[in-house]
Design a protein around this ligand. Structure first.
Ligand code: NAI
Ligand code: MG
Length: 361
């Protein structure tokens, strides 16, 4: 099999960590008998500064013909904040109808977490965030702008078809895990959107009788996720709450060096896109101080989505075992460079019987 991947390294450490993800994918390909065709797209700050364009429609169409997109990070101090992030990431998410943002929150053994007494056995959940709608449609207006009576109207769009697809995906995922699904919203206050989400969870849930369903308000979730993570398996939520609790999840699992994500197209109409949660980290770019684990774990999600489950487990196990050895998760204190850590992970995928000996994710 040959998988056709588009590679968007992007800015800052985006390229440094993506290189490690590609090494891991290549090592897994050799071991599990698949190949990848990798096409680089030089998008990001340099492209924008040279051309004045973030991305044009032809490139979007070209990207859309690949099977999956491996993404590093975008953002550069020379470019106004948001131009690249909104112009590229948000644009691709909607162009490719990536309705699901998948955020595993797993504490790997040996990874320091700020949550006291938390153990890996208690922390293995997935946040499924609606990725195209809600408060992030950017619709709205400001009345009486610039006056003392200004009124900002910010629209939130919540459509039954999209929510149904996202909720169905979350239920299906739960059946492959521990059969628990939690809706996270704020339905006591956001009554219109909340009622729609709850009614769709009730309706779709009828098709998944083995899955136990519950509901937690978004504010209460900010206590329960760090304190009682064992309560959660799959959490499904809207775009805004998902953004917030995903970052909370990243903190719980040891921070940005570890947090992986997938932007999933679930109707098969376009590629999915896989990226570490972190940004381009201009403060450490070029020094070899970036932790490549988040990028390698994102590549694992990519391989899983392509049907290479064993390879995905091998990447995850390799990243986790290297993480367990690190004295610190970032910077000079990691004790090895980004590149060396990537080599170590790739070597482990090649050498050991990590996945085939029955590691189960
Ligand atoms: P950031 O995630 O790039 O960095 C935050 C802090 O975490 C920094 O101190 C950085 O050194 C550290 N860090 C991040 N990733 C790390 C890794 N793999 N290993 C070790 N340390 C790591 O967020 P920041 O600084 O707010 O944003 C920098 C740029 O990235 C901005 O332009 C921002 O808009 C953009 N950004 C892009 C994202 C994307 O491409 N999806 C997501 C978040 C931010
Ligand atoms: Mg965020």
């Amino acid at each position: 099999t040959v998988y056709d991947l588009a590679i968007l390294r992007g800015d800052g450490i985006g390229g440094e960590v993506t290189d490690q993800a590609l090494k891991a994918i290549d090592a897994a390909g050799n071991r599990f008998g698949f190949q990848t065709r990798q096409t680089d797209y030089a998008l990001g700050a340099n492209h924008y500064l040279a051309t004045g364009v973030v991305i044009d429609d032809d490139i979007i169409a070209e990207l859309g013909r690949h099977q999956a997109i491996v993404f590093g990070a975008m953002g550069d101090p020379r470019v106004a904040p948001g131009v690249l992030e909104r112009g590229l990431i948000l644009r691709l998410r909607s162009a490719f109808r990536q309705a699901v943002n998948l955020r595993p929150v797993r504490l790997y053994p040996g990874v320091p977490t700020p949550i006291r007494d938390l153990t890996p056995e208690r922390c293995d959940m997935v946040v499924i965030r609606e990725n195209m709608e809600g408060m992030y449609v950017s619709g709205g207006s400001t009345l009486y702008a610039g006056t003392k009576n200004a009124v900002a109207l910010q629209e939130s769009i919540n459509t039954a078809p999209t929510i149904t697809n996202v909720v169905d995906y979350a239920f299906r995922l739960a059946t492959h895990r521990r059969n628990r699904l939690t809706l996270c919203h704020k339905k006591n206050v956001l009554v219109h959107a909340g009622e729609l989400w709850q009614s769709i969870v009730d309706e779709v849930g009828a098709n998944y009788p083995d899955v136990t369903v519950d509901y937690v308000h978004a504010d209460a979730m900010c206590q329960h996720m760090p304190m009682n993570p064992e309560r959660f398996d799959v959490i499904v939520t809207d775009n805004l709450f998902g953004d917030i609790i995903s970052d909370l999840g990243a903190m719980i699992q040891g921070g940005l060096g570890v947090a992986a994500s997938g932007n999933l197209n679930i109707d098969g109409s376009a590629p999915s896109m896989f990226e570490p949660v972190h940004g381009s980290a201009p403060d450490i770019a070029g020094r070899g101080w970036a932790n490549p684990a988040a990028a390698v774990l994102s590549a694992a999600l990519c391989l899983a989505s392509l049907g290479e489950g064993q390879a995905a487990l091998a990447l995850e196990a390799a990243a986790a075992s290297v993480l367990a050895e690190l004295p610190a998760l970032a910077g000079a204190e990691m004790g090895a460079s980004t590149d060396e850590l990537g080599d170590r992970m790739a070597q482990r995928i090649t050498d050991t019987a990590l996945a085939t000996d029955g590691a189960q994710g």
